[in-house]
Design a protein around this ligand. Structure first.
Ligand SMILES: Cc1cc2nc3c(=O)[nH]c(=O)nc-3n(C[C@H](O)[C@H](O)[C@H](O)COP(=O)(O)OP(=O)(O)OC[C@H]3O[C@@H](n4cnc5c(N)ncnc54)[C@H](O)[C@@H]3O)c2cc1C
Length: 399
């Protein structure tokens, strides 16, 4: 298979797409464009072990992987525009190439990259809270380096937002001996992702580990040395971290391509195809339509970036798609591993199948009228993996 593919966004999704294309026999040219100067690294570590060790974990298997992938890397270059061409299918061996205009990616150094096929993998950036100068956000290596240096001198940390990033930073900062207050506007943080019962059990972990969690709170103002809550409370802080969600990086593609995106991601079908032939989107920047549920979902998890990359590589090369698997994510907090697979929002009941919600570990199965639809475990990877595999088998046999 030959032709040319350009991937915009050189992180987990983009790199996984290149790996999958090569594994599926694509021999054409591949260009990987990324605005970060570093070779791809593990983002999940930034809120966890990196804050202790200061060492980024590389995503590439080893140095020779860059050679094996045989891609042109354009790092430290930002894509600032996209001119769609007609696209053309990847050529199978021996086929004559149909003539078509390539797609064009415009870079901030004035260069233009042209390719038959584009994969958009530009991820997301932290949602900002306006008017809070000096606050920390956590998305990339620079953010993590800054936060790490500051945490070593911090006595009182206030984290606004108790989602997974906020919770993990709270846990890591506690590990460094920092006094931590975590505030969230929701009555039970992460209830949308975990369901109320499990989310409440996870919220208890903060108190059990010496972190003050204030829920259902509204912020009146943020000063460099304190967060003021509506109702009068003042939370003294020498460092403030904001973790209130992420916004997809889509604006760079320009509003000349209205079919490519709405405000919350590049819209794709289940195969990662946008409305423009030969342009695909994957990872945190993609909003995928599921014809079965009718829902459009942007999944901001590590595993989704990889499976979407494999799906798109299959679509581009005309090879069989990967088996459907249940959505999966994990989090590490206070030395414990939290894992979730499946779709808790589809559940009518929750069954504790091991341990206790207020104990050191538990495994819970979410069911819809008796049928398992999701599983969540705290520190029980073995039972979790068995349940997760069953969910995957159920999905495969249902389709
Ligand atoms: C601190 C942190 C901890 C996390 N922990 C977990 C976890 O424990 N478990 C889990 O399941 N998931 C976790 N995640 C989520 C997971 O890391 C993401 O889902 C995954 O990184 C998405 O990969 P991606 O390649 O789509 O996007 P990204 O990793 O965001 O990569 C996108 C890349 O594109 C670049 N880019 C953006 N715009 C342009 C442009 N115009 N031109 C060129 N390049 C551009 C970006 O700089 C970036 O390098 C975590 C995320 C963060 C930030």
């Amino acid at each position: 298979m030959t032709g040319s593919v350009a991937v915009v966004g050189a992180s987990l999704a983009g790199l996984s797409a290149v790996r999958a294309l090569r594994a599926r026999g694509f021999h054409g040219t591949v260009t990987l464009i990324g605005d970060e100067p570093d070779l791809p690294y593990e983002r999940p570590a930034l809120s966890k072990e990196f804050l202790h060790t200061g060492e980024p974990t590389g995503l590439l298997e080893d140095h020779s992987e860059t050679a094996r992938l045989d891609a042109q890397w354009l790092l430290g270059r930002r894509a600032i525009g996209l001119t769609p061409g007609m696209g053309r299918p990847i050529e199978q061996e021996g086929e004559a190439a149909p003539h078509a205009e390539p797609h064009l990616i415009h870079l901030d150094d004035g260069r233009t990259v042209s390719a038959d096929t584009l994969i958009l993998a530009t991820g997301a950036r932290p949602r900002r809270l306006p008017g809070v100068p000096g606050a920390h956000y956590l998305r990339n290596l620079d953010d993590a380096r800054r936060l790490r240096e500051t945490l070593y001198e911090t006595k009182q940390l206030v984290i606004i937002g108790a989602g997974f990033i906020g919770a993990e930073v709270a846990s890591s900062a506690r590990g460094l001996g920092v006094d931590v207050t975590l505030v969230d506007s929701a009555p039970i943080p992460s209830a949308a992702a975990l369901g109320e019962t499990i989310a409440a059990a996870c919220a208890d972990l903060h108190a059990r580990n010496g972190v003050r969690l204030l829920t259902g709170t509204r912020i009146e103002s943020v000063r460099p040395d304190a967060v003021h809550l509506i109702g009068g409370a003042r939370l003294a802080a020498d460092t403030i971290v904001i973790g209130i969600g992420a916004t997809p990086n889509i604006e760079w593609a320009g509003d000349r391509n209205p079919l490519l995106h709405n405000a919350d991601g590049f819209e794709t079908d289940t195969q990662g195809r946008t409305a423009i032939p030969g342009i695909y989107a994957i990872g945190d920047c993609a909003r995928v339509h599921d014809p079965i549920s009718g829902r459009d979902t942007r999944s901001e998890h590590w595993n989704a970036a990889i499976t979407q990359a494999q799906t798109v590589a299959a679509a581009i090369t005309g090879t069989p798609p990967p088996a459907r698997t249940a959505p999966y994510f994990w989090s590490h907090q206070y030395g414990k591993l939290l894992q979730l697979a499946g779709d808790p929002t589809a559940a009518t009941d929750l069954r504790i199948i091991d341990g206790a919600l207020d104990g050191e570990s538990f495994t819970a199965r979410y069911e819809h009228n008796g049928t398992p639809v999701a599983v969540c475990a705290l520190d029980n990877p073995r039972l979790f993996t068995r349940q997760r595999k069953q969910l995957d088998r159920d999905l495969t046999s249902a389709h």
